[in-house]
Design a protein. Structure first.
Length: 118
């Protein structure tokens, strides 16, 4: 059973940090390419980090993995109000192209909300 479950979202002030987690089923974690996306209200879903990084987050966001826990992390530092969005973990069967495109992904988590206040 494919499962992607995000957590770690919340509300912080600008300049703060958050770490998001995405726990995947073992099969997906081992065989799929996993990346992070986000979608702000009224905007298209955009690739953020993983296989490649969006220009808007380079130097501030970093992914990491814990293989024992089947978990992908997204460390977000120096957060800005424009980072406010629903953040999603996604898995692709084939190596994604850059910039990341939602259509390349097979599975999605339910999302976790990140809100940054100025």
């Amino acid at each position: 059973q494919v499962q992607l479950v995000e957590s770690g979202g919340g509300s912080v002030q600008a300049g703060g940090s958050l770490r998001l987690s995405c726990v995947a089923s073992r099969y997906v974690y081992l065989t799929y390419y996993m990346d992070w996306f986000r979608q702000a209200p009224g905007k298209e879903r955009e690739g953020v980090a993983g296989t490649c990084y969006a220009d808007s987050v380079k130097g501030r966001f970093t992914i990491s993995r814990d293989n024992a826990k089947n978990t992908l992390y997204l460390q977000m530092n120096s957060l800005k109000p424009e980072d406010t969005a629903m953040y999603y973990c996604a898995a692709a069967a084939r190596r994604p192209n850059c910039p990341l495109r939602p259509s390349d992904y097979n599975y999605w988590g339910q999302g976790t909300q990140v809100t940054i206040s100025s």
